[in-house]
Design a binder for this molecule. Structure first.
Ligand code: NAI
Length: 343
């Protein structure tokens, strides 16, 4: 198999080269994203490997198909960037449904703790020998209410972390898990009662802009919002308005709706043209990280291994356990149904 990687960073190259020692595919890495221009470079490859901000449109899928690509291997869990309906019966799509849910859940906890105890500010102060602690007051997590939206792999680990803090946990999921030791409730109750709300559901049509003017108006004053899932779950302009009116006390964002142009790149000598992102960055009570929740050694190794295993299964015409397909009854969000090739 010849595999072309788009949007690859040094940590991708290192982890994939190491894992590929046992698979021995021909891997080639491009720094730039898959676009309607760069798609031409896929000619002669059996598979392309893409990441969260490669937007794989119908036009790109058709061109990939024309140049002979048979497989798109996502080296991530989310798949909202792929038009998998357009790929049906043309190109198979596989993903890495779980590589380290701990990495993401722990990052959500890091955002929550940093925002609350303002350690990002304390770090800067003490670095400049400023030992004043004024303005750094936080609150105890103990006995506070946390609302968790999406109780899949990451949500469940985050629930355990929150339990460790002694928090009261409310959860919402479209497909609640009976055996899970958590209090499921409706979204309105989550909005009304939570001191912190953390998003762990996928970005789908029905979850797009879940956090908007209307849902924010139902929340507790001073609520903290944590999003390590997908940027499109939050209407960023409504979030900004909520922050300006102090309805929202703080926000920890590892993802942003329009992140594709900025995240993973260095703009420190440039300017941010996206006024919404620039405004978000200007708030002292907003902490933005650049889609790094997945970035642990364990996750990188698992991503590389599962992606290469997916490619090997495809090349050997085996069952594709990690295939996504638009015909799936759960809109591609089904971990169990896809125990065979989708077409
Ligand atoms: P998962 O598939 O195990 O869990 C998602 C949960 O959301 C499921 O329980 C599902 O029933 C639920 N859900 C589906 N539709 C819903 C709806 N309309 N309302 C509420 N819940 C709904 O996925 P996992 O592994 O826990 O990942 C969650 C999300 O985290 C992914 O969709 C992905 O976007 C994001 N992610 C972010 C990363 C980062 O680096 N920031 C890395 C990996 C994943």
């Amino acid at each position: 198999m010849r595999v072309l990687f788009y949007d690859s960073k040094q940590y991708d190259i290192d982890s994939f080269k190491k894992e590929n020692e046992s698979f021995k595919f021909e891997l080639n890495f491009l720094e730039f994203k898959l676009t309607k221009d760069s798609v031409e470079l896929a000619k002669g490859y059996d598979a392309v490997c893409v990441f969260v901000n490669d937007i794989v449109t119908e036009e790109i899928i058709n061109r990939l198909y024309e140049v002979g690509v048979k497989l798109i291997a996502l080296r991530c869990a989310g798949y909202n960037n792929i038009n998998f309906k357009a790929a049906f019966q043309k190109i198979h799509i596989v993903r890495v449904p779980s590589y380290s849910p701990y990495a993401v859940a722990e990052h959500a906890a890091a955002l929550m703790m940093t925002l609350n105890r303002k350690t990002h500010k304390a770090y800067n102060r003490t670095k400049e020998s400023n030992f004043n602690i004024g303005g750094l007051i936080g609150f105890d997590f103990y006995k506070k209410t946390i609302g968790i939206i999406g109780t899949g792999k990451i949500g469940q680990i985050f629930i355990n972390i929150a339990k460790g803090f002694g928090m009261r946990i409310l959860a919402f999921d479209k497909f609640p898990i009976k055996e899970l030791d958590v209090e499921y409730t409706d979204l309105d109750t989550i909005y009304k009662e939570s001191d912190i709300i953390s998003l762990h559901c996928p970005l789908l049509k029905e979850t797009e802009h879940l956090i908007n003017e209307n849902s924010i108006s139902k929340m507790k004053n001073g609520v903290m919002i944590i999003n390590t899932s997908r940027g499109g779950l939050i209407n960023a302009k409504d979030l900004i308005n909520g922050l300006k009116t102090r309805k929202i006390g703080s926000a920890g964002l590892d993802v942003y709706e329009e992140e594709a142009d900025y995240f993973f790149e260095d703009f420190s000598n440039d300017m941010i043209k996206d006024d919404t992102l620039a405004r978000l960055l200007s708030f002292p009570n907003v902490l933005v990280t650049s889609h790094q929740a997945f970035l642990t050694n364990e996750a990188l190794k698992n991503i590389a291994n599962t992606t290469l295993q997916n490619i090997q299964d495809f090349s050997q015409d085996k069952i594709l356990v990690n295939e996504i397909c638009y015909q799936c009854p759960h809109e591609g969000n089904c971990p169990k149904v896809l125990n065979k090739k989708c077409f």
